[in-house]
Design a protein around this ligand. Sequence first.
Ligand code: CAA
Ligand code: NAD
Length: 278
Amino acid sequence: MKFGVIGAGQMGGGIAQVAAQSRFTVVVQDVKQEFLDRGRAVIEKSLAKLHEKGRLTDTPDVILDRMQFTTDLNAFADCDLVVEAIVENEQVKADLFRQLGQIVKPDGILASNTSSIPITALASASGRPDKFIGMHFMNPVPLMQLVEVIRGYSTSDETAQFVTQTAERMSKTPLACNDFPGFVSNRILMPMLNEAIQCVMEGVAEPEAIDGIMKLGMNHPMGPLTLADFIGLDTCLAIMEVLHRGLGDDKYRPSPLLRKMVQAGLLGRKSGQGFYTY
Ligand code: CAA
Ligand code: NAD
């Protein structure tokens, strides 16, 4: 199987890595060579770590040999499945899927790793809504078990079955849900992270205490502010906007502090500064 990934950021890189570990031929595309180089370096580091722990069936070199890095969208022409993992913006994703619908072979399946954006709207832009689906991996992809599989209004049974089987071939656990804002994962997770940010803004406690209370008190592996920094505060804000717009209720309103931090360029781990310094 030929597996395409668009975006060599933290999610695209992770998806491409796990696809190559699963012995698929992989094409990764991004808009600039420097983003591809950075993505490849992260993959090399992750593979080295997994190899050291005996968690790979092939050596890192063999796995990397299955991967092609390119800035050319036409490299996806003969892919059986293309998973998009670019910025969480409906317009930018829809523009990309309009182009991909013209490039990828007619029986190729298109999927979005979006955290929250309506799958049905992106499916319409692609011009092949029956062969379109949400394939939502979790961060960090090499370590997390779940793939949330989201059917759009017109997704065919064949497409859902193919993507479910592909997730299983990648040693992940696919779980199905329908196309509502934020799906299941982020409808439940993101309001908690937003509330933690609101607690910082209101001075309820220091960030370290908020994270410690949730880690030690609820047995969460990461505190909510550490997790928001890890996901990216820009992505968290984009998801909250989709929830607020799509579900209407004021309980989904993004915290003003979250908005201000994104405006200031404090995006968390990826920019070196968020609730913590990296
Ligand atoms: N590849 C390979 N190895 C990795 C890695 C990667 N990408 N990331 C971390 N590791 C390694 C670490 O180097 C570390 O190795 P050592 O034991 O040799 O030091 C090991 O994994 C364990 O990591 P840590 O000791 O740092 O921490 P941990 O035990 O807490 O595990 C974790 C890390 C699995 C990420 C854990 O903290 C966790 O589960 N955090 C929550 C993650 C989460 O909630 N993800 C979902 C985010 S929301 C989402 O994805 C959806 C969305 O749309 C926003
Ligand atoms: P990121 O900022 O780490 O990476 C995005 C990458 O996409 C960048 O390398 C950027 O150069 C590239 N890109 C932007 N526009 C592009 C285009 N038109 N064509 C090709 N490449 C383009 O972001 P990320 O955290 O990897 O998130 C990517 C997607 O995955 C988003 O939709 C996000 O909501 C979703 N997601 C994120 C997480 C997370 O925890 N960060 C988890 C699950 C899903």
